[in-house]
Design a protein around this ligand. Structure first.
Ligand SMILES: [Zn+2]
Length: 73
């Protein structure tokens, strides 16, 4: 009975270690990819900003409506 309990505990520890390892492998990579993919450059002042916050106009991205009006530098 003691041996079975020990095997179950070892199994749970191994399972937890594998889960932690996979999490540490997957998270930084996907987070980095997401950041790189989502950043765009303002065509007027060159500041980097998230794609969702950028204003798209005529093939270029702008950080603010003012820079969109000023246009590409
Ligand atoms: Zn700008």
């Amino acid at each position: 009975m003691g041996k079975i309990l020990l095997l179950i505990i070892i199994g749970l520890v191994v399972y937890a270690l594998i889960r932690n390892y996979q999490r540490s492998l997957n998270k930084p990579a996907s987070a980095q990819e997401h950041t790189v993919e989502d950043m765009v450059k303002c065509a007027h002042c060159g500041v980097n900003l998230p794609h969702s916050e950028a204003i798209y106009s005529g093939g270029d991205f702008f950080c603010t409506p003012e820079h969109k009006q000023l246009g590409k530098k």
